[in-house]
Write a protein that binds this ligand. Sequence first.
Ligand SMILES: [Mg+2]
Length: 322
Amino acid sequence: MGIRAVPNGETTSNPPKVLIIDDSIDVHRLLTARLRNEAFEIVNASSGRDGLQMALECEPSIILLDIDMPEMDGFQVLRKLKENPATANIPVLVLSGLTDSQDKVAAFDLGAIDYITKPFDFIELRIRLNAALRLNDLISMLARRAQIDGLSGLWNRVYFDNRLEEAVDSVARHGHALTVALVDLDNFKSVNDTYGHPAGDTVIQGLAKVLNEQCRSTDVACRYGGEEFGIIMPDTTPEAAQAVCERIRVGLEEQTWARHPERKITASFGVVGVSEDTTVQAKSAVWLEAADQNLYQAKQNGRNQVVASNMQAPKIRLAEAG
Ligand SMILES: [Mg+2]
């Protein structure tokens, strides 16, 4: 199976998970019974503390949060949910037995997207719940699209840079294997000049297709810009990554192009990585520079090839250290 240009979730058919945080068992029973025929998976938490824990563990699509709870009230829970990047984007619908509009204002100020007043009007609850879920789907879809390159359908550079940063941090702390590859189409300018830009676009899409076919599900393939692509390969040694890149190289070379069947398209690869248990303290920019050097070497050696090496810990120059 190849990678997906779009991550899991855009077309998922799993029912949305609704986390209900309320200290009243009656409310749990009532809501579970009333929402039984809806396409929801209900998860119950009976205290603020449990609710925070479950929000992290079960990654709900939406949270129904009671305001009036002992120990940790709904406002405190809401504040904590919004403070934690892992839960900050989960929409929270506040359940309030209070008619005091000040509480509603306070809940909105803290980031709630809507509220329901107890006792419940179930038609209203259902409508508001569905509206909130729909809105959230839309927001996550837009957020995903903003990270996808329009022409190739691969992840874009913004996403690549963020993921690389995470991966490199993880290597520095835990010593996982990691390999990064930069891929550059050979003589791409001449393809554009000879056959026109639509032909160039087709080549970009063709390479994206080969990347989708040949990368593993854990690889992150991106269009880095222009005719340059990047692949982050977590838990992959440079040797293993070299084999993947070799498959991509051959896959591209073997393509026949409808617009210019007489002309083959090739790419060069600069690959750099570390094996397990080798912690390398280097920033992502240093990794990219090292991969870029190998890419340059591949071009110098005559293009259409993979140059791979181990990532070296950067040498600290005395001037910098001093
Ligand atoms: Mg309560």
